[in-house]
Design a protein around this ligand. Structure first.
Ligand SMILES: *Cc1c(COP(=O)(O)O)cnc(C)c1O
Length: 373
């Protein structure tokens, strides 16, 4: 048995003719920065996300930093972030000179616990930055209510949530601004780096549009200290090819998740919980086990690739060790980092493979495990 965690080549081969034609179209056009392809993808993505505006940027980290800059968040400001997330969420806040203030997750959903937000707010807090982790939408309404009460912005990190719905509506414009990554391994992935922001606020979209292009509303006029973070037209053309297939791929992910949930129900693993208001897109299928490392090794021996998202929480990373900041202990994030394991999921995993992964997982749990990693 051999079940890879991800198979990007298979994803390419599935659409090779269309992708090759799209790339050739851009090369043939003689137009290589912004332009018609980028505009067309921005329109397509805004429509898909049920948002009024989309601005393409170079990657997901830039989507977050450009959004923060456009909202004038910088030195002296604090932004509330999840304690358990990919470090990019924190790095964006640090990059603009603001301070990330971690809040622990709800242990059932792994997403920001809105009940813990109030005590983390100070007079310096400017924004709440929830992450739709693993493709599971955050419970947004209480977060939006806190933001309204306190006059804070809501910036959503939706890098793992392409197509997810919260109370029936697509993630894309619930908060003030929503940040996307199209890193190749995401549910909608480019063939290189790519990102975007979506929003219903026209003025904010315009500010971000200027910010991503040297702060320049027109050539050689610079009204803000901007950056160069433009979505590449070749990537935009590839994303336009892939977008019509996204819902089919999401359905495949749902089918796999359903198989895992059914087949692993009798084990003592902690399985993902899906609240009634959530329609997740299963970027990852994350289980929890007290003997995570041993389970991962046993699956590895059976030819099944798994990963841990994430093995070291941001506050424990060396990147933050020298900062004159105290991020506190974050015990839940630390516990999750020891217990989480992501099973293979994606369009490349078929029903048969997911049955085999389930069987191998259940079997590994029944076998006494020793000498883990
Ligand atoms: C992937 C990811 C990012 C960063 O995206 P890049 O395109 O790699 O810069 C940010 N936040 C989360 C939660 C992610 O998963």
């Amino acid at each position: 048995m051999n079940v890879p965690f991800l198979d990007l080549r298979a994803a390419y081969l599935e659409l090779k003719n269309e992708i090759d034609a799209a790339v050739e179209r851009v090369l043939d056009s003689g137009w290589y920065i912004l332009g018609a392809e980028v505009n067309a993808f921005e329109d397509d993505w805004a429509e898909y996300c049920e948002a009024d505006h989309c601005v393409g940027v170079a990657n997901g980290l830039d989507a977050l930093t450009v959004a923060l800059r456009a909202l004038d968040i910088g030195p002296g400001d604090e932004v509330i972030v999840p304690s358990n997330t990919f470090i990019a969420t924190w790095l964006a806040v640090t990059a603009v000179g603001a301070v990330p203030v971690p809040v622990e997750p709800d242990p059932r959903t792994y997403n920001l616990d809105h009940e813990m937000i109030a005590e983390a707010i100070t007079p310096r807090t400017r924004a709440l930055l929830p992450v739709h982790l693993y493709g599971q939408p955050v419970d947004l309404d209480p977060i939006l209510a806190i933001a309204r009460d306190r006059g804070l912005f809501v910036i959503e990190d939706a890098a793992q949530a392409h197509g997810a719905r919260y109370k029936g509506r697509r993630i894309g414009a619930h908060g003030d601004v929503v940040c996307w990554s199209f890193y190749p391994g995401k549910n909608l992935g480019a063939m290189g780096d790519a990102g975007a922001v979506t929003t219903n606020c026209g003025a904010l979209a315009e500010r971000i549009r200027i910010m991503r292009n040297y702060g320049s509303p027109q050539k050689y006029v610079h009204e803000a200290v901007g950056v160069n973070s433009r979505l590449d037209p070749i990537q935009a053309a590839i994303l336009r090819v892939k977008l019509p297939y996204l819902d089919t791929w999401t359905r495949r992910r749902r089918d796999i998740a359903a198989i895992y949930t059914q087949e692993l129900a009798k084990t003592d693993l902690v399985l993902p919980l899906v609240p009634a208001w959530a329609e997740p897109v299963w970027h990852l299928y994350v289980i929890r086990s007290l003997c995570r490392d041993e389970l991962q090794n046993a699956l590895q021996s059976a030819g099944i690739a798994t990963l841990t998202h994430y093995p070291i929480p941001p506050h424990r990373q060396a990147a933050y060790a020298s900062q004159p900041l105290s991020f506190g202990k974050q015990p839940l994030a630390e516990q999750l980092s020891r217990e989480v394991l992501s099973l293979p999921i994606g369009p490349h995993v078929d029903a048969r493979s997911s049955m085999m992964v389930s069987a191998a997982t259940a079997q590994a749990l029944e076998t006494p495990m020793t000498g883990g990693g």
